[in-house]
Design a protein. Structure first.
Length: 79
């Protein structure tokens, strides 16, 4: 997704597009939450949920990082 298929490097336009999209989504969530309370309420609730289920999120993050690493290795032809 952020790897340039022609030259093999990082596609910085895709990185900027992903960062802008993520920022816009988070801004939209914050604006929606600020109409009925504080703008940071969704993030506080998400963090509380993560803290309540920490072992599952640690395991999930480990699996996702390994899957991303091996996918990148497979795409680059090293695996």
């Amino acid at each position: 997704m952020i790897r340039d298929p022609i030259f093999g490097g990082i596609d910085w336009d895709a990185v900027r597009q992903l960062a802008f999209s993520l920022g816009f989504v988070l801004l939209f969530i914050s604006l929606g939450a600020s109409t009925s309370g504080h703008w940071y309420d969704p993030y506080v609730r998400a963090w509380e949920y993560i803290q309540a289920h920490m072992p599952y999120f640690i395991g999930l993050s480990m699996i996702l990082l390994l899957a991303g690493f091996y996918w990148a290795q497979f795409e680059s032809g090293r695996l």
